[in-house]
Write a protein that binds this ligand. Structure first.
Ligand code: FES
Length: 176
């Protein structure tokens, strides 16, 4: 009696394969195409995001602030901490509030004066750092201490009243 070869009884195709007959080649191809599309969309979205910031900055140049603006309650920012905020009606410039010491507060624009990266207060160094090109500013005055920034960080006056923090356009020599 002839021996049965495996071709006489090919393995039965699993039900899921016959239900979803997609060739592996197609799967890989579609996957790559979808991935490329995803990357394109992602970079497009990021580029658009940056573009929007630049357009906003051009369309709404910084104006002097009018009046006082509430930032937060004083007890929300511990000594040595930084608080990032925006002023209602102006989404163009984010600011940072720094609780430098007990009863000593500072507020600056968060945009580096070099290429507008977001600066941050480095508690460990006691300075404001721009991480993009290693620029450093004084946390006390906003003066440039190191690196490529050409100008000090613009500063706001901080006013503490009834346990609340307000900022307003700076008048010379009137900081908390
Ligand atoms: S953007 Fe801040 S140092 Fe270049």
């Amino acid at each position: 009696m002839a021996k049965k070869s495996s071709h006489d009884h090919p393995e039965k195709m699993p039900t899921w394969k016959s239900d979803f007959p997609i060739k592996e080649e197609q799967v890989t191809h579609v996957g790559r195409r979808e991935f490329a599309k995803f990357l394109g969309l992602l970079s497009g979205t990021l580029a658009l995001g940056n573009g929007v910031i630049v357009i906003k900055a051009l369309a709404f140049p910084a104006k002097p602030l009018e009046g006082e603006h509430f930032v937060c309650n004083a007890d929300e920012v511990a000594v040595g901490e930084m608080f990032q905020f925006e002023i209602a009606g102006s989404k163009v410039i984010p600011y940072i509030l720094i609780h430098l010491e007990e009863n000593v507060w500072r507020a600056f624009e968060q945009k580096c004066t070099h290429l507008t990266c977001a600066v941050r207060y480095r508690k460990d160094l006691g300075k404001i750092e721009c991480p993009c090109h290693h620029g450093f500013f004084s946390a006390d005055t906003g003066e440039v201490l190191q690196g490529p920034p050409p100008r000090p960080l613009p500063r706001l006056e901080v006013v503490i009243r009834d346990g609340k923090v307000y900022v307003r356009e700076e008048k010379q020599d009137q900081t908390v």
